[in-house]
Structure formats: structure tokens, C-alpha cells
Design a binder for this molecule. Structure first.
Ligand code: SAM
Length: 244
């Protein structure tokens, strides 16, 4: 089974190897058949499209394994980007491997890596967080737990939550840390800005167009002294209070 990365915007970013695998496939497992039908019509694909999403991954996997046993060529895609990265696919991959079939990745873009490549952040390491919790209280709690991380943090966010999410990042994270807002990557209205966390809510509020589309947020890692655990921070604060 080929696991095929598909474009996150610009259709020209589909590799020739990916196109060949999709053209050769008898069956393409996808998240949403309507979404993949667009790609199929762009490429003139003849494969049958089968919806395999988070609610039917197990049954879907069985169907794919049966097709493989039948000698059919099977490909797995998600709506956009790399399957199994904040997308369904992992269970299918595991089931197909456990059934004794080879899983071959055909690399394509992943929004996280695309955003990192043009972020200008200097962190040598990053942690992929993906989507934060939807509710603000839970989101802040997760952010507080990540506050001391000394590597870049990578978040995905939906347009209807971007303002609230950035507000929570600004409320929890150290104000001077750099935040990169990467919007509509590889698309017509692509925008990538890097600014101190404290300035990010005002930047978003200044123009409602800036709140539209798909977003990756990247936060520069905490400086070493900010990575202190809570106990060390309390002790440091007490000692600082004693200084003249
Ligand atoms: N599997 C995909 C990948 O490898 O990037 C991610 C799928 S996840 C359901 C969708 C999220 O990825 C969006 O909500 C957004 O945060 C991010 N994303 C996808 N395409 C993007 C784009 N063109 N520009 C910015 N962010 C994007």
C-alpha cells in the first residue's frame, strides 16, 4: 500500500512519483471522497475512491486488506498533506503492516514542516503539538505545561479559533518569544509573519483577512532560564525578593 502525501494548497507540488502511484492505483483510500475526487479529476485518475476516516478506520482497513489480497493496487491519502499527521491513517497503516503487506511512503508536504522551512526560527529542535484543545481553559492548561519547552512548538489551528488561540498563547507564553503565523501556505494569499508573542493578537485584529484560511503557528523555544521547573522558579523569585 502506498501512503501518498498530497498538496496542502498548490497542486503543482504533487511529485511525479505520487502521480504515478495514484494513476496506478485500483483503489484510493481517502478521508473525504469529495475532496479527493477533485484531485482525481485534476489528474484524470480511474481508481475507485473509498472513504476511510476516523470513524471507520478498522472496517476500512479490512476492506483495503481484502483488496490487497485480491492483488489490487492500493493507495492511501488524506484530504491534504501527509496522511497520519493530525489526520487519519495510522490505524490503517498498522493493520496493513500486521496483515503482512508492505507500506511504502511517498513523501509530500506536511504543513508543519513547510511552515518551519520558511519560519526563520533558529531553534535546532521542534515539538509538533498539532491541534490544541478547543476550549480555552483546557488550551491554557496545555500551553502552561508547554511553557518551559526549549524547542520550537508547532501548532495547527482552524480559522474560527485562531483569534482565541493566539490570545491564549499571548496570555500564557513569555511576551518576547517569537511567534510565527503561517497562513494559507502555498496558496494565493500565503502570508508568513514573525513577531513577538505580545504583538500577535493586535496583528491579527488589525485586518480580518489575516484571520482567514488555514494556519500553522510556530513558537520559538523558551530561553534556558525560562525552562526552570516550578519549584526552581519559586525559589528564584524568593531570592530575588530578598535582593536590595
Ligand atoms: N496531514 C496534514 C499535514 O500533513 O499537514 C494536516 C492535516 S490537519 C487536519 C489540517 C491543518 O493543517 C489545518 O487546520 C492547518 O492548521 C494545517 N494546514 C493544512 N494546510 C495548510 C496550509 N496550506 N497553510 C497553513 N496551514 C495548513
Amino acid at each position: 500500500m502506498y501512503v501518498v502525501g498530497t498538496p496542502i494548497g498548490h497542486l503543482g507540488e504533487l511529485s511525479s512519483r505520487a502521480i504515478a502511484a495514484l494513476r496506478a492505483a485500483d483503489l484510493i483510500a481517502c478521508e473525504d471522497t469529495r475532496e479527493t475526487a477533485r484531485l482525481a479529476s485534476h489528474l484524470g485518475l480511474g481508481a475507485q475512491l473509498v472513504a476511510v476516516h476516523e470513524h471507520n478506520e478498522r472496517a476500512g482497513a479490512e476492506r483495503l486488506i481484502a483488496a490487497l489480497a485480491d492483488g489490487k493496487r492500493v493507495a492511501l491519502v488524506s484530504d491534504a498533506g501527509t496522511p497520519a499527521v493530525s489526520d487519519p491513517g495510522a490505524r490503517v497503516v498498522r493493520a496493513v503492516q500486521e496483515a503482512g503487506y508492505r507500506v511504502v511512503p511517498i513523501s509530500g508536504p506536511s504543513a508543519a514542516v513547510v511552515a518551519l522551512s520558511a519560519s526563520g526560527l533558529l531553534d535546532a529542535q521542534f515539538r509538533f503539538v498539532g491541534f490544541l484543545p478547543v476550549k480555552s481553559a483546557a488550551r491554557r492548561k496545555t500551553l502552561e505545561a508547554l511553557r518551559g519547552e526549549d524547542c520550537a512548538l508547532v501548532f495547527y489551528e482552524a480559522p474560527h479559533r485562531i483569534v482565541d488561540c493566539v490570545a491564549d498563547i499571548a496570555a500564557v507564553m513569555q511576551p518576547e518569544r517569537e511567534l510565527v503565523i503561517a497562513r494559507e501556505l502555498t496558496k494565493l494569499f500565503e502570508q508568513i509573519v514573525r513577531l513577538p508573542v505580545a504583538e500577535a493578537p493586535a496583528w491579527l485584529a488589525a485586518d480580518t483577512n489575516r484571520q482567514r484560511g488555514e494556519f500553522v503557528l510556530l513558537l520559538a523555544g523558551a530561553q534556558p532560564e525560562e525552562g526552570l521547573d516550578a519549584e526552581a522558579r519559586r525559589t528564584l523569585d524568593l531570592l530575588l525578593d530578598e535582593l536590595p
